[in-house]
Design a protein around this ligand. Structure first.
Ligand code: HAM
Length: 414
């Protein structure tokens, strides 16, 4: 049998793996500047944690979770996102009592059984940040700016920031009721809309099939209570004050149930249908609903693969791995130990910060011609050749692989 990576997963090699690392490093630097600290939570959790927090009637819970039983019959799920896990950890470690205004970030693999397409995978990486304990609109604004700053740190500047407010437990029920009345009056709703009308009527607002039929659809904005309205206005004032261009998008409802008030999504024109690079919002009730103290939170997560796809157009990849490649070759097989010791010395010097080169070789049992062919193949700019005659004088041959010139140089001078 020829094994293949499971559908919707992928192997990440070389420059793409480096890109992922650099993105995570840059995000980490920005988060730390904003006073966030890193948290690593398990890749699997009790399945009901996600059902309760993301919501029974969401696509993620209804059809996308990887659920399995362990050997003791516990029902576990591979995490589809990081927010719920962090809330669980926050409560479990009693941070709601000892550290109520914590700022946390995370990165790692998430799993959703979705139909794979460009930018949508069954295993993907997210980088996220969550700001606990603040009801202030400045926390929402800081989270939106954090997401924009991470994108811009890898050259993604042209983005569309969509924001909306979903109101709170006081004002949303009337909006929901009005929406149900409105949608019930519309003929020929698609199967998804008919189903969601019963379970999650807000989601009809972002239906791609029926959207043309929705004329004069009620808007949450008209239903926001005074507190929610003031909060949303202040969030907008704050992001405007730091020159963020945004669109108020009444259709933005998000696919997770835990949100209250602000929600946002950052989209890119450089991508296809899966154009959301990052998304998030406020969820003021989740900590309490999962058994913790009443703690408001606002956060976001970005999809690393999608962000790196958008970065293909930003010139980010051309800035990666500028290390010069040097190949160590041997003209005589019995010089392997001298060549090996030299290559290790070169690498150790590099680790001390004395050079920016990646070292390849030496390899034995290959002719010098085959070694030089290999050096060309890996894109080495120089090959250092150990040959008996030159080594007798304390020298090696340095071959420039671009113009093919070659000089004998004292080893000590290299
Ligand atoms: P989400 O919108 O489900 O939100 O995911 C956030 C980002 O993860 C998306 O904008 C997208 O870039 C990426 N993403 C989602 N699904 C996939 C997939 N199947 N393949 C590739 N990338 C994907 C959340 O997960 C929330 N936990 C965000 C949040 C944090 N809200 C508050 N705090």
């Amino acid at each position: 049998m020829n094994y293949k990576a499971p559908r919707g997963t992928h192997d990440i090699f070389g420059i793409n793996a480096l890109g992922l690392n650099v993105l995570e490093q840059k995000a980490r630097q920005i988060f730390i500047k904003h006073g966030f600290e890193e948290v690593r939570t398990p890749i699997f959790e009790d399945a009901s944690l996600f059902t309760r927090s993301i919501g029974e009637a969401t696509d993620i819970v209804e059809k996308e979770m990887y659920i399995f039983e362990d050997r003791k019959g516990r029902k576990l799920a591979l995490r589809p996102e990081g927010t719920a896990s962090l809330v669980r950890a926050y409560i479990e470690h009693r941070l709601d009592v000892s550290f109520p205004s914590g700022k946390f970030f995370y990165s790692g693999e998430m799993f959703r059984y979705e139909r794979p397409q460009a930018g949508r995978y069954r295993q993907f990486c997210q980088i996220g940040a969550e700001f606990y304990g603040s009801l202030s609109p400045s926390a929402d604004a800081e989270i939106i700016m954090l997401a924009c700053d991470v994108l811009s740190s890898i050259g993604i500047e042209k983005v569309n920031v969509h924001v909306n407010s979903l109101g709170c437990q006081k004002c949303r029920p009337l909006f929901r009721e009005t929406l149900v009345k409105y949608f019930t009056s519309i003929d020929d709703l698609c199967q998804d809309c008919l189903r969601r009308l019963q379970t999650n009527p807000l989601r009809l607002l972002d239906c791609k099939i029926d959207s043309d039929k929705f004329i004069n659809v009620p808007k949450m904005d008209d239903f926001l209570c005074d507190d929610c309205k003031e909060h949303f206005n202040l969030v907008q004032n704050l992001i405007r004050s730091v020159n963020c261009t945004y669109i108020v998008d009444p259709k933005l409802v998000r696919g997770l149930d835990y949100y209250t008030r602000t929600v946002f999504e950052i989209r890119s024109n450089a991508l296809g249908a899966q154009d959301a690079l990052a998304a998030g919002g406020r969820y003021d009730n989740l900590v309490k609903e999962l058994g913790g103290q009443d703690t408001p939170v606002v956060g976001f997560a970005l999809g690393s693969e999608r962000v790196l796809m958008a970065a293909q157009h930003s010139g980010f990849f051309s800035t990666l791995n500028k290390n010069e490649k040097v190949f160590i070759a041997i003209a005589d097989q019995d010089l392997i130990s001298e060549a090996f010791a030299f290559s290790i010395k070169l690498i150790r010097n590099g680790l001390k910060g004395n050079n920016d080169i990646s070292v390849f070789g030496p390899v034995d049992n290959k002719s010098l011609t085959a070694q030089l062919r290999f050096a060309d193949k890996i894109g080495a700019s120089k090959t250092i050749i150990f040959a008996k005659a030159e080594l007798g004088e304390g020298k090696v041959l340095v071959k420039n692989m671009i113009d093919k010139t070659q000089n004998a140089v004292f080893i000590d001078q290299l």
